[in-house]
Design a protein around this ligand. Structure first.
Ligand SMILES: [Zn+2]
Length: 306
């Protein structure tokens, strides 16, 4: 009798623990907030997601903090942008000692895996770090094309389905909804920009190549002389001439960059400066991935209308 009571108690706790295992959502950690937003939209109530960075932080230059290590240590899934944008994530992985989230394991996901990458250097190109080249594996700012968001969403959905096969249909239907919304926002932007011909812009950094490629915008130059190198006055003077020679319409920059270089060129040329979110939450109103694009669109249209 006493024995069967022990067994009953054991079975009771077994049922309880299996039940709570199933109820627990997957802990997902991402480096940037766009990945968080997409993971939440695909994972729904099956995930609890946090982003290490806010949309107002420059992901190229991040000092990993102990609090970040603690979050990565508890993660079931760690999603990075890859292409060496968030290369600092590897030091977090090393420090976290969580085998599941090391590259090659099911808890590590490089969101760039299926992206059609731009500006990938030819094999054998010599990359000189002293020149401040922060894009040695190609341009990592693929998040700024809403249809690349779909590619990322597909990548995340298939991983979540591996981790939680019983919810594969649920992730798939969330992916369908995401894809529809991404196509809608892409059409909206295309329609809004179709009223203008030969749109040309100068960007602070090479953040907008995928956006420009998607929407047929010319990038006449960057305020940075090289990606990751702060603007010099000599280079800014060159950009003033470029603005005049190439009929540039506006200057665009992410919210976290110094605005003085753009303001300098603006004073010399009369061009409007578009300060836009480069990541979700980068500015007020960029509350999710789609709101971010609608805000970028509104700001560009406003500048073109001037
Ligand atoms: Zn960059």
């Amino acid at each position: 009798m006493k024995h069967s009571k022990t067994i009953l108690t054991f079975v009771f706790f077994l049922v309880l623990s299996v039940g709570s295992l199933q109820a627990r959502s997957l802990r997902v950690v991402t480096t940037v907030p766009d990945l968080k937003d997409i993971a939440e939209k695909i994972g729904g109530e099956q995930v609890s997601v946090s982003s290490l960075l806010s949309g107002n932080q420059d992901p190229h230059f991040i000092e990993p903090r102990p609090s970040m290590v603690a979050r990565v240590r508890r993660a079931d899934l760690f999603i990075v942008i890859g292409m060496e944008l968030d290369v600092w994530a590897f030091s977090l992985i090393d420090a976290a000692r969580n085998r599941n989230i090391t590259p090659g394991e099911s808890g590590y996901l490089n969101a760039s895996a299926r992206i059609e990458k731009l500006d990938v250097p030819e094999p054998g190109t010599r990359l000189d770090a002293s020149k401040g080249h922060v894009h040695p594996s190609g341009n990592p700012h693929y998040n700024l094309d809403p249809l690349n968001g779909v590619v990322v969403a597909e990548t995340i959905a298939s991983r979540l389905s591996e981790l939680r096969p019983e919810y594969a249909d649920y992730f798939e239907s969330n992916l369908e909804r995401f894809t529809e919304e991404a196509r809608r926002v892409t059409e909206e932007i295309s329609e809004a920009l179709a009223k203008y011909e030969n749109i040309s812009m100068i960007a602070y950094h090479e953040s907008w190549e995928y956006f420009a490629e998607r929407f047929g915008i010319e990038i006449a130059g960057t305020l940075e002389p090289l990606p990751g190198v702060s603007p010099t006055s000599r280079h800014l003077s060159r950009m003033v001439r470029t603005a005049e020679d190439e009929n540039v319409d506006f200057i665009i920059q992410a919210s976290f960059y110094d605005q003085r270089p753009a303001n300098f060129v603006s004073r010399q040329t009369g061009l409007p400066v578009v300060v836009a979110p480069a990541y979700v939450g980068g500015m007020e109103g960029a509350d999710d991935y789609f709101a971010m694009f609608r805000l970028i669109q509104a700001k560009i249209v406003e500048a073109l209308g001037r």
